[in-house]
Design a protein around this ligand. Sequence first.
Ligand SMILES: Cc1cc2nc3c(=O)[nH]c(=O)nc-3n(C[C@H](O)[C@H](O)[C@H](O)COP(=O)(O)OP(=O)(O)OC[C@H]3O[C@@H](n4cnc5c(N)ncnc54)[C@H](O)[C@@H]3O)c2cc1C
Length: 402
Amino acid sequence: MRTVRAAVVGGGIIGVAVARQLVRTSDDIDVTVFEKEDRLAAHQTGHNSGVVHAGLYYPPGSLKATLCRRGVELLQDFARTRDLRYDECGKVVVARDVDELDRLRTIFERAVANGVPDLKMLDADALRAVEPYARGIAALHSPHTAVVDYVEVTDALAADLRAGRGRILLSQEVVGLAQRGKAVEVSTPECSESFDVVITCAGLQSDRLARRGGDPVDPRIVPFFGEYYLVKPHKRHLVQGLIYPVPDPRYPFLGIHLTKRVDGAVMVGPNAFLSMGRESYARRAFSLRDGSASVSFPGFWRFAGRNMRVALRESRTVLSTSAFIAEARKYVPDLGVDDVVRGPRGVRAQAMDSRGGLIDDFVITGSDRLLHVRNAPSPGATSSMAIAEYVVAEALQRADLA
Ligand SMILES: Cc1cc2nc3c(=O)[nH]c(=O)nc-3n(C[C@H](O)[C@H](O)[C@H](O)COP(=O)(O)OP(=O)(O)OC[C@H]3O[C@@H](n4cnc5c(N)ncnc54)[C@H](O)[C@@H]3O)c2cc1C
């Protein structure tokens, strides 16, 4: 059989997992990863909460629900065999009033339908036994929710890839994609190469890459930044694992939560607000191209019009540390403003349709030779190895190479 030449654009956790899956699928596939930065995992993968989500929130039967559960299995096994840090610290979702308790029950039912193991509803006393400093009238406990370091996981996946028939080209930005018959030409500023199959996993740039490959302009990526604070070491005892609020049903993000990291640090965050740069991590950084792409997109204004109240709340957390910490104090009242220092910032790639609807599920589009992962928000890192299985099977079948 002739060797199949495959390329992956993007060296985040999903791109590297997809490339590794390609080389594992057959000895007759050569894979090249193009990454525009000088290192892997430079964007979302290296700027997230590090949570291995158990699959609590997602509508049963959705890609998110299915691939998250499969992703946990694959990730847990991978971490064990590669000796990577994987801390099954558990998670509580805390309800503070009867209204939140109703919503928590719905989440519980979804989580059970999704096959999340060993879930329990806790009353206020039982919550204190799991998280002594958390306060609420009830909580959902997911004991197997875990934390990892997704940069470490990406590096381990890349090591597998390099040991097989894979090569990773860093500092190589893909500027052109063109399908000609059964071949796809991938261009960087220096050269062009032809491949049998190409899969783009470009995160915050996924809509631009897809467009270059001939896909429709929508859905667009609208970037939402998320800021974190770090709890000072003398107050880390306030958090044993992961403490989350019941999410606001009007918003796709989970709300400011407390997260233990694998290195023992405790993070508070992230909030969520429109970012004026897709890859800007400094507080006042701004990209004219990215900022004007968001504000000239009518879908964004439709979204903003519908979410004014939530946007105001989030803007307060951007402007004031007290307002930010007040969100966490609602369920961990002993946490004070003086107990935290500013931490890192991440930017979420969130796909939005032209009506201003945030697209919740994972989205994969494309032709018979050129596939695009267009929306892979949280739990994208948890699900990465399962997304890889799914996308590679789809790509090889479409190209008649299965
Ligand atoms: C604040 C925050 C918190 C999150 N928390 C969690 C969590 O706790 N658990 C979880 O499961 N998920 C979480 N997520 C989501 C998770 O981080 C993403 O789903 C996942 O990292 C997506 O991986 P990716 O490879 O698609 O994207 P990325 O990691 O963004 O990688 C895309 C890569 O493509 C490259 N690229 C783009 N354009 C080009 C081009 N033209 N040529 C070459 N290379 C290109 C980029 O440089 C980048 O390296 C969080 C995300 C954020 C932002």
